[in-house]
Ligand binder design. Structure first.
Ligand SMILES: Cc1ncc(C[n+]2csc(CCOP(=O)(O)OP(=O)(O)O)c2C)c(N)n1
Ligand SMILES: [Mg+2]
Length: 363
C-alpha cells in the first residue's frame, strides 16, 4: 500500500519484503493442518475482504493522525501494526449474529461489523450525531453487534461472559468475543469473567492481545512467566496461540474457536502475539520508542501485517494493479467518511444533553 512518511512508523516508510519472513507467513498457516485446511477453503473474495479490512483499519488511523497533526483533535488511540489481530477474528465471526466488544486498540472491529467509518470519526469530534451523541469517544452500536466499551480495562470480559451466558440460556448458537490486552489480563474483572465463562462453559472467545506493552509498562515488568503459553490451561479453557500479525492465522484460529463455542464446547482463549508500533496514543510516541530497544521496532516493523499479506496475495496470483484498485476504493471510502464527519461539526450537542439517556425515564 501507499506509505505515508509523515504518519507511518519509520520502519514502514521504506518497507521491503524480507523473503524469510514472507516464507514464514505462509508456513505459519501450512504448519498447522487444521488451520491450513480451513484457510485453503477461503474464497478469493474473502481473502480480498480481509485485505480491504486491513487497509480500512490503517487508513482510518492515518486519518486520525492527520487530524491530530493539523489540530482538528488533540489525541488519538491507534492500532497501527496490530490490525490483523482485530480484522481476522471479526471476519471469522458470523456478522449480524455474533457480538464483539472491541477495546481501544480494536477500533477496526466496529468498521468490520458494519458501522459507518464516518461514525467512528464523529465519535472523536463529539458531534451530536456521533454514536454516543457526543458523550464518549468509545464507540459501539447495538444494532451492529458492537458493545461500546467502558474505559476500565478488563471490564468487558465479564460483560462478554454475561452475553455469552444469555446465548447459552436461550440455546442460541451465537458467539461473544472480546480482546484483552496483555496488561488488562492483570485486572480482577478479566480474571473473574474468564473464570466464570470457563466454569459455565459459555460460548465466549477471549483474545489476549499481547502487544508486549501496557501504556508505558513493558511485558517483562508486569508478567513474570514471559509468555501467555499457560494462560488458557490455568483456567481449564481450550486455547490456541496465533500470529497476531498474520491475518489468515488470526482468522483461522478464531474460526476454530467459534465452531467449538457454537457446538457447546465452552469458551476459547486465543493468544495473539503482536507489537504496538506507536505509542499508547499519539501523545507518547517518542516515549514508546524509549521504552524498547530500537531493534524490537525494526524486527516487528518487518512483519507489518499489511505488507506481509500483500506479498502472500501476490504469490497467490493477484497483480499489484488489482491490489492498488482495492486500495483506491478504500481510500475513497475514508475520504468520503472524513468529509461527512467534518460536516457534522455543525451539529455539536447542547451541554444539557449530557444528562440524557443516562438514567431510566430520561432522568
Ligand atoms: C482498570 C484500569 N486501569 C488503568 C487504566 C488506564 N489504562 C488505559 S489503557 C492501559 C494499558 C492497557 O494495556 P493493555 O491491556 O496491554 O492494552 P494495550 O493498550 O497495550 O492495547 C491503562 C493502564 C484503565 N483504563 N482501566
Ligand atoms: Mg498491551
Amino acid at each position: 500500500m501507499k506509505r505515508f512518511p509523515a504518519f507511518d512508523p519509520p520502519e514502514y516508510v521504506d518497507w521491503k519484503p524480507d523473503p524469510a519472513l514472507v516464507r514464514a507467513f505462509r508456513s505459519t498457516i501450512e504448519a498447522n493442518p487444521e488451520r491450513a485446511a480451513i484457510v485453503s477453503g477461503l474464497s478469493r473474495d474473502t481473502k480480498l475482504e480481509l485485505y480491504r479490512g486491513l487497509l480500512r483499519a490503517r487508513l482510518h488511523d492515518i486519518e486520525l493522525k492527520r487530524w491530530v497533526r493539523t489540530g482538528v483533535i488533540s489525541k488519538a488511540w491507534l492500532g497501527t501494526g496490530e490490525e490483523a489481530t482485530t480484522v481476522g477474528p471479526v471476519q471469522a465471526l458470523e456478522r449480524g449474529r455474533d457480538i464483539v466488544a472491541p477495546m481501544i486498540r480494536n477500533a477496526a472491529a466496529c468498521c468490520e461489523m458494519g458501522m459507518p467509518i464516518a461514525d467512528m470519526l464523529r465519535a472523536y469530534l463529539a458531534t451530536a450525531d456521533s454514536p454516543s451523541a457526543g458523550r464518549d469517544l468509545h464507540v459501539g452500536s447495538f444494532s451492529h453487534g458492537v458493545l461500546q466499551p467502558i474505559s476500565h480495562v478488563g471490564d468487558m470480559v465479564p460483560v462478554i461472559a454475561g452475553i455469552a451466558l444469555t446465548f447459552k440460556m436461550k440455546g442460541e448458537r451465537r458467539v461473544a468475543l472480546t480482546w484483552v490486552g496483555d496488561g488488562s489480563t492483570k485486572s480482577a474483572a478479566a480474571h473473574e469473567g474468564t473464570n466464570f465463562a470457563a466454569v459455565q462453559h459459555l460460548p465466549a472467545i477471549f483474545i489476549v492481545q499481547n502487544n508486549l506493552v501496557a501504556l508505558g509498562t513493558r511485558l517483562d515488568q508486569h508478567h513474570l512467566p514471559g509468555t501467555f503459553q499457560d494462560w488458557a490451561a490455568s483456567y481449564g479453557v481450550w486455547g490456541l496461540a496465533c500470529d497476531g500479525n498474520n491475518v489468515l492465522d488470526a482468522w483461522a484460529a478464531t474460526r476454530l474457536a467459534a465452531a467449538r463455542c457454537r457446538a457447546g464446547q465452552g469458551p476459547a482463549l486465543l493468544v495473539a502475539e503482536t507489537f504496538r508500533m506507536g505509542g499508547h496514543a499519539t501523545h507518547d510516541e517518542r516515549e514508546a520508542r524509549e521504552t524498547f530497544p530500537a531493534n524490537l521496532f525494526s524486527a516487528w516493523g518487518k512483519r507489518d501485517p499489511i505488507g506481509q499479506y500483500e506479498e502472500y496475495l501476490k504469490e497467490a496470483g493477484w497483480s499489484g494493479q488489482e491490489l492498488e484498485a482495492v486500495e483506491a476504493g478504500v481510500t475513497a471510502e475514508i475520504e468520503r467518511a472524513e468529509q461527512e464527519a467534518l460536516a457534522s461539526r455543525e451539529k455539536m450537542p447542547a451541554g444539557e444533553t449530557a444528562l440524557l439517556g443516562v438514567y431510566a425515564n430520561g432522568r
